[in-house]
Design a protein around this ligand. Structure first.
Ligand SMILES: Nc1ncnc2c1ncn2[C@@H]1O[C@H](COP(=O)(O)OP(=O)(O)O)[C@@H](O)[C@H]1O
Ligand SMILES: Nc1ccn([C@@H]2O[C@H](COP(=O)(O)OP(=O)(O)O)[C@@H](O)[C@H]2O)c(=O)n1
Length: 242
C-alpha cells in the first residue's frame, strides 16, 4: 500500500474505501456513534462539523464579523486546517494549534451556523471532505455531518439518518455540558437545528437513506445497529429484521 502527498493530503492509490455516510441533528449521537463504530470496524472516521467549527474558531481568533459572508469567505485563503481521521487519534488543528477542545466552546457553537450557511464555505469544505475521504487508506470510512448523505457522498455504499427525539437529544447534550442550564442548552440546540435546517434537510431521510432512531437505544445498542448495517452493506450479513 503506498501513499503520495498532493496539496498536503495523502492520496491513497489502493482501492477506494467503503463510505458510510451519517447525517442527523445535534445530539443525535453522530460523532460518538460514528467514532465507536469506526473503531470497532477498523475504519477511519471523519467529523465534518469540526471543519465548520474550526473555521468559526479561526474567524473569532481574528475578530472577523461572522455575520459577514464576504469576511468569512476571505478567511478560506489561508485556512490551515487539519483533522485526524484515525478514531484512536482524533484531533483538530488550525495553523498548527490544537483546537480539538476549543472548537466545542459555546462561543464557537454560537456562530458556527452563520459560517456554515455561506455557499462558498460549503463548496470549499465539501471539496476538502471528498479529498480526505479519497485519501483514506483503511477499508472503510465513516463520515458524519448534515449533508453527507445528500451532498458530500450521495453515492456512499451505506447512508444513514441518525435521529433521536428532541427530548433525548437535549437530555444527552445537557448531560455533557456543565456550566449551562438544561433549559439554555435545549434552547441553543433547537435554534441551531432550526438555522442549520434552513440550509440542508437533515431531519428527513432522502431516498435510499436508512433511518436509525436511537431514542430508545442505549449507546452500545446504537453502535451495534450501525455495525450491523455496515456488515449488510459489505455483503457479510443479512438485513436485520428488528
Ligand atoms: N444512543 C445513545 N444513548 C445515550 N447516549 C447517547 C447515545 N448516542 C449518543 N449518546 C451521547 O449523547 C451525547 C451527544 O452525542 P454526540 O455524538 O456528540 O452527538 P452529535 O454528534 O450528533 O451532536 C454524547 O455524550 C454521547 O455519548
Ligand atoms: N456536514 C455538516 C456538518 C456540520 N455543519 C455545521 O457545523 C455545525 C457544527 O456541527 P457539529 O456536527 O459539530 O455539531 P454537533 O451536532 O455535534 O454539535 C452545525 O451546527 C452546522 O452548522 C454543516 O453545516 N454541515
Amino acid at each position: 500500500m503506498s501513499n503520495t502527498a498532493v496539496n498536503n493530503i495523502a492520496v491513497n492509490d489502493t482501492a477506494s474505501p467503503l463510505v458510510v455516510a451519517i447525517d442527523g441533528p445535534a445530539g443525535s449521537g453522530k460523532s460518538s456513534v460514528s467514532r465507536a463504530t469506526a473503531t470497532s470496524l477498523g475504519f477511519d472516521y471523519l467529523d465534518t462539523g469540526a471543519a465548520y467549527r474550526a473555521l468559526a474558531f479561526a474567524c473569532l481568533a481574528r475578530s472577523i464579523d461572522t455575520s459577514s459572508p464576504d469576511a468569512v469567505i476571505a478567511q478560506l485563503v489561508d485556512f490551515d486546517y487539519e483533522i485526524g481521521i484515525d478514531p484512536a487519534d482524533y484531533f483538530v488543528s488550525v495553523g498548527g494549534e490544537d483546537v480539538t477542545d476549543a472548537i466545542r466552546e459555546p462561543r464557537v457553537t454560537a456562530v458556527v451556523s452563520a459560517v456554515a450557511r455561506v455557499p462558498e464555505v460549503r463548496a470549499y469544505l465539501v471539496a476538502l471532505f471528498r479529498q480526505i475521504i479519497a485519501a483514506s487508506a483503511k477499508s472503510g470510512i465513516i463520515v458524519e455531518g448534515r449533508d453527507i448523505t445528500t451532498v458530500v457522498a450521495p453515492d456512499a455504499k451505506l447512508r444513514i439518518l441518525l435521529t433521536a427525539s428532541e427530548e433525548a437529544r437535549m437530555g444527552r447534550r445537557s448531560a455533557e455540558i456543565s456550566g449551562e442550564s438544561a433549559e439554555t442548552t435545549a434552547k441553543q440546540l433547537a435554534s441551531r437545528d432550526a438555522a442549520d435546517s434552513r440550509v440542508v434537510d437533515f431531519m428527513n431521510a432522502a431516498d435510499g437513506v436508512i433511518t436509525v432512531d436511537s431514542t430508545d437505544l442505549d449507546f452500545d445498542q446504537t453502535v451495534a445497529a450501525v455495525v450491523d448495517l455496515v456488515r449488510v452493506a459489505e455483503g457479510r450479513a443479512e438485513i436485520p429484521t428488528n
